[in-house]
Design a protein around this ligand. Structure first.
Ligand code: A3P
Length: 326
């Protein structure tokens, strides 16, 4: 070993230990040896204390925006490549390494209190590797996820793909997408999977709970975030123990034109989320609704059992859904 150049040495090592080929980033400050060789210009405070994990199309941008209004909270800097999300734990960005991730967060400023840092990447929720990777680096982090009706979430996602001119979504109806079977073209089957899989909430939650303790997880109701964001933000502040208390009742106001709550700028003006959030589209057709009710039934039943076991509130949409499928 001693006389091999680094690249060949690595080759020999990974032939012997192939399971170690996939890197896993831990916190360098948790290991004395790592801390000793970690550059002095770096510090481990540039890591989030909590993550908003998704899933997509449940109101994650609204939650992100409202959280960022809080004076004690600071979000990640925006990523130029993945729109505003960092998307570190779920995909190829993970291989860019820890420095890449930490550079999304501001370092401590002398004389100022350290802000509570967070990031929101809505694809973390249903990602296979994200829970393990996140836990290795951020074992003490809190997690927030938002659950909306899975059929509505799927439909919103389909509309989102059409808005972004996805060729497959533009060529097929929503029903064609969700009911595509093994004989359907591969692109359509893939779209179906991406559309429906995040809505298998119970499965994804169980995976996060393999690594994180139930008390580290807050589950929010997507419908309530739309209809009463002030109460939801109070719940979030309590969960995160944020100080000082931020009175959202004077900072968020319902905008009848947008049909959603927006940020109060002054007496006469509010700032709403962009036009890609809270879009107007035709209602879902009843055939698709029926299909999805059957498709999600057993997962929704299992979800309500899990939420009760965890002592988390069962969202109104889930209670309604269980009454109709009984
Ligand atoms: P639609 O555009 O289908 O209505 P995400 O940010 O996770 O992609 O979620 C987008 C969804 O957030 C929107 O879906 C909308 O229903 C919901 N939402 C919740 N609160 C909102 C708000 N205050 N403004 C705009 N959209 C909001």
């Amino acid at each position: 070993f001693q006389w091999l150049p680094p690249l060949q040495l690595a080759q020999v090592y990974f032939d012997m230990y192939p399971e170690e080929e996939d890197p896993v980033w831990g916190n360098p400050c948790n290991d004395k040896r790592h801390k000793e060789i970690w550059s002095e210009s770096k510090n481990c405070e540039r890591l989030p204390q909590f993550l908003v994990i998704g899933p997509q199309k449940t109101g994650t941008t609204a939650l992100y925006t409202f959280l960022a209004m809080h004076p004690a909270v600071t979000s990640n800097f925006n990523s130029p490549t993945t729109f505003e999300e960092v998307q570190f734990f779920n995909g190829r960005n993970y291989y860019r390494g820890l420095d890449w991730y930490m550079n999304f967060f501001p370092g401590p400023v002398e004389g100022s209190p350290s802000p509570v840092l967070f990031e929101k990447s809505a694809n973390y929720f249903d990602s296979e590797p994200a829970p393990y990777r996140a836990h290795v680096l951020l074992p003490h982090a809190n997690l927030i996820c938002i659950l909306a009706h899975p059929a509505k979430r799927a439909y919103s996602w389909y509309q989102h793909m059409r808005f972004h001119t996805d060729k497959v979504a533009l060529s097929y109806s929503f029903y064609d997408v969700i009911s595509a079977n093994e004989d359907a073209p591969k692109v359509l089957r893939e779209l179906r999977h991406r559309c429906l899989n995040p809505g298998l909430y119970v499965q994804h939650l169980e995976r996060w709970l393999t690594y994180y303790k139930p008390k580290q997880l807050l589950i929010l109701d997507g419908d309530r975030l739309k209809s009463d964001p002030i109460a939801v933000m109070d719940k979030v502040q309590m969960f995160l123990r944020l100080e000082p208390y931020f009175d959202y009742s004077i900072r968020l106001k319902y905008n009848p034109k947008k049909g959603f709550y927006c940020q109060v700028l002054n007496e006469h003006h509010t700032k709403c989320l962009g036009r890609s959030k809270g879009r107007v589209y035709p209602p879902m057709n009843p055939k698709a609704e029926q299909y999805l009710q059957a498709y999600y039934k057993r997962y929704n039943i299992a979800l309500s059992k899990l939420l009760s076991r965890l002592g988390q509130a069962v969202p109104g949409w889930l209670q309604d859904e269980l009454r109709t499928v009984e």
